[in-house]
Design a protein around this ligand. Structure first.
Ligand SMILES: Cc1ncc(C[n+]2csc(CCOP(=O)(O)OP(=O)(O)O)c2C)c(N)n1
Ligand code: SF4
Length: 279
């Protein structure tokens, strides 16, 4: 908290207050939820990257994570479930000068919205996609997601999830993303630095952030918030440039974090301009 000059304690403001629609506070996130930490990391990176905030917008889909856009005090869009990337694509193509950030959940981006994700990456649309992966559909009460670990209990897999989850960085890399990283919400400095980098480079950037949902994942899987944070501390290995095929989220074996892909490819707009000129 910082105090305004000649302020009383009740007038103290948080350093990120100017980026938050404070009239929407209190937020909806549960005690122990990891989303708020990822959101503030994103706001800090937006400031430290030096990008023009007047030309920056955030798009979210639906879900607890998807509430992020509605709390941001910039142009922001809380869109329909799974469709954050198509909305963001429209914004970028309509005004290529915009910095476009997508902030959404694993269910939104990789289940109902999975198709849009792979094509956004394939076309190398210039945007930064931040996915809070809490391994479940938090908002709707804890149904199985495309990221839920094998054997994990959810409301729709009460005797354990039989299906293998996606390896999100592998999917991003294979689809054509030009920047791919993964952190947990405990690795806040590294996360903020990677978001900052993603915001200042061109092309489709993807950052996965593992974060707890104590209410709907932790409770059913006998994992208290603090235990999840211990897993993030003790069962993760930082290995930059790791082979994307090694990046399954399996805390029994250890989960690899780091910056995995940083490559150049013509962006969607560059490709469209070139094709139009040639026509
Ligand atoms: C078309 C449509 N189908 C289903 C829903 C219900 N729904 C809302 S949020 C959500 C899942 C969100 O999960 P995730 O993206 O992982 O976000 P979290 O709440 O975990 O942050 C679902 C299925 C919806 N709103 N719209
Ligand atoms: S239900 Fe889970 S994801 Fe949603 S706010 Fe609560 S802890 Fe966070």
């Amino acid at each position: 908290m910082v105090a305004k000059a000649d302020s009383t304690p009740s007038e103290q403001v948080h350093p990120l207050d100017h980026l938050i629609r404070t009239d929407r506070i209190p937020h909806i996130w549960c005690t122990g939820c990891g989303i708020g930490t990822v959101f503030s990391s994103c706001l800090k990176a937006m400031i430290s990257s030096g990008i023009d905030l007047e030309k920056t917008c955030m798009v979210s889909g639906i879900g607890c994570t998807g509430r992020g856009a509605g709390y941001l005090n910039l142009d922001s869009f809380h869109t329909t479930h799974g469709r954050a990337i198509p909305f963001a694509t429209g914004l970028k193509l309509g005004n290529p000068n915009l910095n476009v950030i997508v902030f959404s959940g694993d269910g939104d981006l990789f289940a109902i919205g999975g198709n849009h994700f792979i094509h956004g990456a394939r076309r190398n649309i210039d945007m930064t996609v931040i996915c809070v992966n809490n391994l479940i559909y938090g908002m709707t009460g804890g149904q199985v997601a495309a990221t839920t670990p094998v054997n994990a209990k959810t409301t729709t897999t009460q005797s354990g999830n039989p299906d293998a989850p996606f390896n999100l960085p592998l999917m991003a890399w294979a689809s054509g993303a030009t920047y791919v990283a993964r952190w947990t919400m405990l690795h806040i400095r590294e996360l903020t630095a990677c978001i900052e980098k993603a915001l200042t480079r061109s092309g489709f950037s993807f950052i996965e952030v593992l974060a707890p949902c104590p209410t709907n994942y932790g409770r059913r899987n006998r994992e208290k918030s603090l235990e999840t944070l211990r897993l993030y501390r003790d069962k993760t290995i930082i290995k930059n440039n790791a082979d994307p095929s090694e990046l399954d989220v399996d805390f029994q074996k250890g989960v690899i974090l780091g910056e995995f892909v940083d490559r150049e490819r013509p962006t969607c707009i560059e490709n469209y301009d070139r094709t139009c000129r040639a026509f």
